[in-house]
Design a protein around this ligand. Structure first.
Ligand code: ADP
Length: 384
């Protein structure tokens, strides 16, 4: 078990491709941390640098307090599970799992019986004891995935590194394996760093998630914190399904509050620090509204003043069983989606009033990664 620390880590590939641009991150012992972001944001490169498979251009990486910049991968005491599993096709499951231990038998002071015990223990944990004599081609995708994990477990490493381990599986199996990996990590209590482009996978697996874009970390926090308090519009748009709605308008700071204005709509902003909002007075800004904070309270329930009215035309309705996604157009022609309980009576084509819970809405500066004004300016690397 171990801590992992990255300090101002950079990677520039030949051709001046800045894949990772000043990443600092401190991972606790036993923690499950997920690196997430769109394709090409530098997640795999970061993981590969921790593994030692990629040299770092600048900065420092430590595992368990030891700087490993110049330590060979095999001496870092980490085990990595790859997207393509990288199993040896000519070896049985047993031999695949035993291979790395056999290779270092003498160095690790292991006897044949020790290796056998470790392989069988790992196979038991993963429920693949019956498959030990099979070759990879006679296994399903999920079984191969388990073998790849088994190969990592037998080594009892200080740190597990997972690089998109589930992306070759179909959707249902992916969800099953996801909870299996989480259970396993809880049981083994091994520090784990996991890379995925899938925000749902990140949110369900991580104790903390690290949201990256263009080689830079935008936010490191618990899944709930990232969902409820995204530091900027990029994080807000990346996390959550359907994604957050963004409405263009202006912030107006008046005597007793702050209002977001667009078209003929005026919506009181509950979250804004009035002093901070002064500096945005009459600036073009963006209101962030998650689909589930748009509601239609019925007449019998008192509507608190945290709810702001929103006039819309109802577009397409997509039923989802217990809920439905409803597409809306504001009076000034902006598009939104609301996620409503299936029981709500609403009809395509009607014009009506909806309500937005303004205690849960966000105001962002303009631009793709505009800062959440409640979170302060986005903390970015100086070069980012
Ligand atoms: P991610 O895992 O988030 O999809 P990567 O870490 O694989 O991103 O890649 C980050 C950036 O570095 C991308 O622009 C990618 O094209 C580039 N890159 C990755 N590997 C190499 C390489 N070996 N040589 C040159 N550029 C690379």
């Amino acid at each position: 078990m171990a801590t992992v620390a990255l300090q101002d880590v950079c990677k520039t590939y030949p051709g001046n491709v800045k894949a990772v641009d000043g990443v600092s991150l401190s991972i606790q012992d036993r923690e499950f941390v997920v690196l997430v972001g769109p394709s090409g944001c530098g997640k795999s490169t970061t993981l590969r640098m921790i593994a030692g498979l990629e040299a770092i251009t600048d900065g420092q990486i430590s595992i368990d307090g030891r700087v490993v910049n110049d330590v060979a991968p095999k001496d870092r005491d980490i085990a990595m599970v790859f997207q393509n599993y990288a199993l040896y096709p000519h070896m049985t499951v047993y031999k695949n799992m035993a291979f790395s231990l056999k290779l270092r038998k003498r160095e690790l002071g292991l006897k044949r019986a020790d290796i056998d015990r470790k392989v069988r223990e790992a196979a038991k944990i993963l429920g693949i004891e019956d498959l030990l004599e099979r070759r990879p081609k006679a296994l399903s995708g999920g079984q191969r995935q388990r073998v790849a994990v088994g190969r990592a477990i037998v080594r009892n490493p200080k740190v597990f590194l997972f690089d998109e381990p589930l992306s070759n599986l179909d959707a249902k199996l992916r969800v099953e394996m996801r909870s299996e990996i989480k259970r396993l990590q809880r049981r083994l209590e091994t520090t784990t760093i996991y890379v995925t482009h899938d925000q749902e996978e990140a949110m369900t697996l991580g104790d903390r998630v690290v949201v990256m874009k263009d080689g830079v970390i935008h936010q490191v926090a618990s899944p709930l914190e990232v969902y409820q308090h995204p530091v900027n519009r990029f994080v807000a748009s990346f996390v959550g399904t359907p994604p957050m709605n963004f409405v263009d308008g202006q912030l107006v700071a008046n005597g007793d509050g702050v209002t977001f204005v667009f078209g003929a709509q005026r919506m009181p902003v509950r979250r804004a620090d009035k002093n901070a909002a002064q500096s945005y007075h009459q600036q073009p800004m963006v209101l962030g509204i998650r689909p589930d904070i748009i509601t239609t309270p019925d007449a019998s329930t008192p509507r608190g003043d945290h709810l702001a009215a929103l006039l819309v035309t109802v577009g397409i309705i997509e039923p989802l069983g217990d809920r439905k996604d409803v597409y809306l157009t504001t009076t000034d022609g902006q598009q939104l989606v609301a996620r409503l309980p299936a029981s709500v009576a609403i009809t395509e084509g009607e014009q009506r009033k909806m309500y937005v819970d303004m205690t849960r809405a966000h105001v962002f500066e303009p631009g793709e990664a505009g800062a959440n004004i409640a979170a302060g300016p986005t903390v970015m690397h100086a070069g980012g």
